[in-house]
Design a protein around this ligand. Structure first.
Ligand code: ASP
Length: 454
């Protein structure tokens, strides 16, 4: 019986491809697109290229996707769309012209006609990526593969992984060996055949889906920063980049605010063990950040510190609470019945606190407090606002003695009062609550302590 290798959808024996996804800033103008061409040509495995719509070139600029949404909403109200469309047109025609790509005029005319004919919102929004991919495919002399031919959304409106991987894999298998395919990000097709978009920033998800469907060896995500940093650069000056991080660590950091990737972009590749490599289109020689399943954490125990402001504590106290059955459940049920989701719930013998975001509590506080009072009759209940939460993240904490000691003594030296501590049972992170006013000071103190220990 012949042995058939199934690890590549393009040809049975070709090496597994690299998927290279380029974000809005990487396709913002012709010069950036030339950088893409150089990056793609530098490694023959970069056969699958996923692109965003052109983003901002400078602070005053508009993102193409925003202009498309604007066109749709003006059209819906029966208003004139010619001004925003003229900006879109000028942008693409300028790019195409500088790259020597012909045909853009016709593609734009079609889009304009469909908008005038009342095209649906997601169809209109998706044209940003569509036009980008058309122009870049022509420039690279590559094949344009429409995401709508492979990516599917189910009747519930959610991305349908099972169907998408199979369809997209089959479509990509038709691309001849040695040819590059360019795929527009951000959209697919729903159960009734209409174009449907992911949430904003969703081209990252497309890249991950393509990587999964094509059994890619790496999912490269090219952006305008050289990867994830150990701390927020708005707070810490020149923080070190993170060279390697696990999916779990990345999720913890990103949840606490350190994001470069769309949250949903991790799952398709994580499940298949495909590493993500975040790279900088403007500095391709920089190492970037590799997001992997496992890493050797002996040398780098902690990967970083991240945090957010805007948390509140709902504190309750009742003597002999530890002997009362169902106290915690009742409190949490009240939150649930108000549609409130919570973050942490530290307890002691006679107290139970719930940490939640201000956003969840706003407008519901008085009712929730009254209901808890009625239902579990605490001796004391109060809501403390003005809290920030920090997460110190790193799987190496399991093996290292004294990390918490360093973190807490650094906070003490910086004169930061700690309002809450929660070490996840996975020992992947330490969560610390501090007053909002102390937030920046706390991040700096912890960063300094971590850099020293790593
Ligand atoms: N262009 C879309 C947006 O602006 C998707 C993306 O860039 O990832 O959200």
């Amino acid at each position: 019986m012949p042995v058939i290798m199934t690890d590549s959808p393009t040809t049975p024996h070709a090496p597994r491809p690299i998927v290279a996804k380029f974000g809005g800033s990487s396709v913002a103008d012709a010069n950036q697109i030339r950088k893409i061409a150089a990056i793609v040509c530098a490694d023959p495995r970069r056969r699958l290229v996923v692109v965003s719509a052109p983003g901002k070139r400078d602070a005053k600029d508009k993102k193409i996707t925003d202009l498309l949404y604007l066109c749709h909403s003006l059209g819906e109200q029966g208003l004139d769309t010619s001004a925003p469309f003229a900006v879109i047109k000028e942008r693409y025609l300028g790019i195409a012209d500088q790259l020597g790509v012909t045909g853009a005029w016709e593609w734009l005319r079609d889009v304009q006609q469909q908008i005038a004919a009342g095209a649906e919102k997601d169809w209109v929004a998706s044209r940003g990526e569509y036009l980008s991919a058309r122009i870049i495919a022509a420039f690279l002399d590559a094949e344009f593969v429409d995401a709508a031919d492979g990516i599917r959304f189910g009747p519930d409106g959610r991305f349908h992984p099972g169907e998408s991987y199979g369809r997209l894999g089959a479509r990509l298998a038709l691309v001849p060996e040695g040819r590059i395919a360019v795929i527009p990000g951000f959209y697919g097709r729903d159960a009734s055949g209409h174009i449907k978009c992911f949430s904003r920033g969703g081209s990252d998800v497309t890249g991950a889906v393509v990587a999964r469907a094509a059994h890619a060896v790496i999912y490269e995500n090219w952006t305008d920063v050289s990867g994830l940093l150990m701390a927020d650069p708005r707070i810490v000056e020149n923080p070190f980049p993170i060279e390697e991080i696990t999916y779990r660590e990345q999720r913890e950091l990103s949840y606490m605010g350190a994001t470069v990737l769309h949250d949903e972009a991790v799952f398709p590749v994580r499940e298949a063990g495909i590493p993500i490599h975040i790279k900088n289109t403007n500095a391709p020689e920089d190492a970037g950040t590799r997001i992997v399943t496992e890493r050797d954490s002996r040398s780098t125990a902690i990967v970083g510190v991240a945090g957010r402001k805007g948390f509140a504590t709902l504190f309750t106290e009742k003597a002999m609470m530890n002997q009362e059955r169902g106290y915690g459940r009742k409190v949490l049920e009240i939150l649930e019945s108000h549609g409130i989701s919570y973050e942490h719930s530290p307890t002691s013998i006679d107290t139970l606190s719930v940490i939640l975001t201000d956003e969840e509590l706003d407008g519901k506080e008085a009712e929730v407090v009254a209901e808890i009072r009625r239902t579990v009759q605490p001796d004391r209940i109060e809501v403390q606002r003005d809290m920030a939460m920090l997460a110190v993240v790193g799987q190496g904490m399991i093996h290292r003695v004294g990390i918490s000691a360093r973190v807490f003594s650094a906070l003490a030296v910086a004169n930061v009062n700690i309002r809450m501590i929660n070490q996840g049972s996975s020992e992947l992170n330490i969560i610390i609550g501090v007053g909002t006013a102390d937030y920046e000071k706390a991040v700096r103190a912890i960063y300094a302590a971590l850099v020293e220990q790593n």
